[in-house]
Design a protein around this ligand. Structure first.
Ligand code: GLU
Length: 325
């Protein structure tokens, strides 16, 4: 059916008039689009970012629509915030510190990411070093000469892998290093195309569960004097134990962990970040349901291991709650 031009014009004018007549309160409710840079689809950041997006959407006065981007993770995410391409991001607290201060990693030396404010810390991320049973790898030194996935491009995992190897006297050149995404690393471990892979991720991360279901992998410990030296040099690491059977038929192992945290772009309005933070803590139940690792988020511990100054919106929230002086 052909609609006469005049009729179309009238419809357009009516629509315009309706917009002009909208009460200002309704206009104010138009949602601001923001992006949350997360991590691996098979990791923990991604489901958590999805949960935060849903919580913020549901909350009465936050007025944002948050889209979730998957990425290599921590290093890439800090850079995305720095360039203004992401508004919120999940990342490791060690990487947030290096990024903000422009130290330790070549990605940030001379290129500090200053427009990034802390929002809250969430859960320990364990350096999971997963090796195939067939490789015979029992300790980090056994990685020498083997095919090893250091992590995805832009991950915090890669930085951790290099530091862990360094504390055991190994350089990147001592292994056949690969940088591929986490899901591909899991597939290649299961097929025996690589001997080992690093994953810094929360306990129960889908990618680790998956490799252990295959029955073909073991967890390689990061322990002893080498772990102590690592923690001495890079104080964001803490020593942790992975109890037996955390993953299918996995033996107890020592390793090291950093913390997962949330940051916001400094340019975001104080009010927006305040309301976003409040919405998450007002609906902790939904947040906790997103992943078993998410259960570590509590108001009382939300600033533990915070390595950078808070975003003013988060600062206001935690002061109001008496968590910060
Ligand atoms: N911590 C990881 C990294 O930055 C990402 C983990 C995840 O997505 O769960 O390499």
């Amino acid at each position: 059916m052909k609609i006469p031009r005049r009729a179309l014009c009238l419809v357009a004018i009516a629509a315009l008039a309706a917009t002009l007549l909208l009460p200002s309160s309704l206009l104010a409710q138009q949602r601001r689009l923001v992006t949350i840079a997360s991590g691996w689809v098979v990791g923990v950041y991604y489901p958590l970012a999805g949960a935060m997006s849903r919580i913020a959407y549901k909350a009465k006065d936050v007025n944002i629509r948050a889209t979730v981007e998957s990425s290599g993770a921590s290093v890439a995410n800090a850079q995305l915030v720095g360039s203004g391409d992401a508004d919120f991001a999940l990342l490791q607290n060690d990487i947030a510190y290096y990024a903000y201060n422009g130290v330790t990693l070549s990605a940030f030396q001379g290129k500090p990411v200053k427009n990034m404010g802390g929002v809250f810390t969430i859960y320990p991320e364990l350096v999971h070093v997963v090796a195939t049973k067939a490789s015979g790898i029992k300790g980090i030194r056994d990685l020498k000469g083997k095919k090893v996935v250091l992590g995805p491009q832009g991950s915090g995992t890669e930085a951790n892998a290099i530091q862990v190897m360094e504390s055991h006297g190994l350089k990147v050149g001592d292994v056949q290093a690969e940088r591929i995404d986490a899901a591909a690393a899991a597939d290649q471990l299961k097929d025996g195309r690589v001997d080992a892979a690093f994953f810094t991720t929360g306990v129960g991360s889908a990618v680790i569960v998956d490799t252990f279901i295959s029955g073909k992998t073991v967890l390689v410990p990061v322990a002893g004097s080498e772990a102590a030296a690592l923690i001495g040099k890079y104080p964001f690491y803490t020593a942790v134990k992975v109890p037996a059977n955390t993953y299918k038929d996995q033996a107890e192992a020592q390793t090291v962990a950093v913390m997962a945290m949330m940051v916001a772009r400094a340019e975001l309005p104080e009010d927006l970040v305040y309301k976003f933070t409040k919405a998450i803590f007002d609906d902790l139940k939904q947040f906790h349901e997103a992943h078993s690792a998410a259960k570590s988020l509590t108001l009382e511990t939300a600033l533990n291991g915070m390595p950078i100054p808070l975003h003013p919106g988060a600062d206001k929230f935690f002061k109001e709650k008496g968590v910060k002086k």
